[in-house]
Each structure stands twice: as C-alpha cells, then as structure tokens.
Design a protein around this ligand. Sequence first.
Ligand SMILES: [Zn+2]
Length: 239
Amino acid sequence: MKVMDQFEFLVDGVILSGAVFQAERRISFATVFGRGRSFTRLNCAGFQDDASGKNAEFKLSRHRPTQRRDQELSVADELLQANQQFVKNFDLGDLAVRPRRRLAVLACMDSRILFERCLGLHPGDAHMIRNAGGIATDDALRSLIVSHHLLDTQEFIIINHTDCGLLKVREDELRQRLTDKMGTSAGAPAHFHAFDDLQENVRQQIRRVKSHPWIPNHIPVRGFVYDVKTGALSEVEAP
Ligand SMILES: [Zn+2]
C-alpha cells in the first residue's frame, strides 16, 4: 500500500488534510485529519482510479465526526506522548512472563482502583483480570485457568468495590434501556451481572471460581471489597 496523494480541503469550516492510499492499483481509502480532529478512514467509494491518481475524484461518504470520537483520539494522542517518555526510561524488558508473586487478581474495571497503589504490586508481580463488576464470567475463568495452568499462579483474589456501576442497575432495566436507546435488542452479552448485595456478589464469584473443575482445590480464592472512599480492603467471609 502506498500514499497516492495528499490533499487539503474545507468542510464545514474545518480545514481537512489527509492522504489517499492505494492498494493493488485500487484507491481504497483516505485518512483525513482536521486540526487535531481525525476523520479517519473515510469510505471513499467515489474514488476514480486513473492509475496515476492525479485525476482521482472522490466524495466523502462519512465525514461527520462526533464529539466523542474527537475526545477519544485526542486522549490517544496524549497516551502516545506519555509512552514516548516511558520508553526513554524503560527498564522492564527482563521481567519474566510468570508473575513473580504467583498471584492472579480478578477485579472490577473501575478507574479509581489502581492496583499498584492499593495492593503494593509492581510490574511482573501478578495477573490482573478486570471486567465490569469483577465477575467470574466465562472469559474471566478462561484467564484464571490460563494464569494457573500455563503461567503457574498459585493464589487468586477477587475484588469488588463500593459504588460500583453494576450495583446501581437492574439487569432487565439496563437491557431495556439499551434496547430503547439503540433501537434494537441484542443476544450478547447474555448477562450484565448486575447485583444488589456487594458481599454476596463477591461470595458468588468465589463460588464460581472454586467450583470450576479445572481450578484445583488447593488454590486459595479469597474475596475483598474495596472502599472507594477510604481505599481500604475488607475481606469477605468465604462462602
Ligand atoms: Zn465496579
């Protein structure tokens, strides 16, 4: 694939510039940037390939960037800049693939919980498996099984937390809300795993993990609630 042409034009008061790419003599798409906002990968069905590309004509079939898209891309740009700094002092290249503390953590994805701070963990110490709620879904179980059998972790902990998004919703209401919002129902995900009893939810995840036939009985599985107001972990009595 090669860049055929670069261009600049005005749409809705925004100067767009970009490049036209060619793959196997067919112009397939263009990438367009407009002053910090990206209108990326437009479908350019109107391109006419005249082999030289010079007389290519096109129309923008999708050029309505949303605010959200703008924000995501600008954050991604910031992350790339942060990574450039990270790489300058990078010293983790010799870490072993097997977690040093032989631990796997299953926890909610909540952005307020930073494991490095709240558990004193460091890179290379443990597997982090995170999803909405900190639920032992099929996929979380998959990760735990891989963690133990392929990468030799010997202890699991499960962390739910106060003020969790899934504490505030009901499964059927959430499904209906999304159906109304999007104008269509969906079969997957089959469950959002909303819950109303935090302690019981942790116990349920412990049971799910412990009862899996491929997770050996000798693996300790302990559960905790993280308090987002104090940072404190409190252990949930085992089921
Ligand atoms: Zn949560």
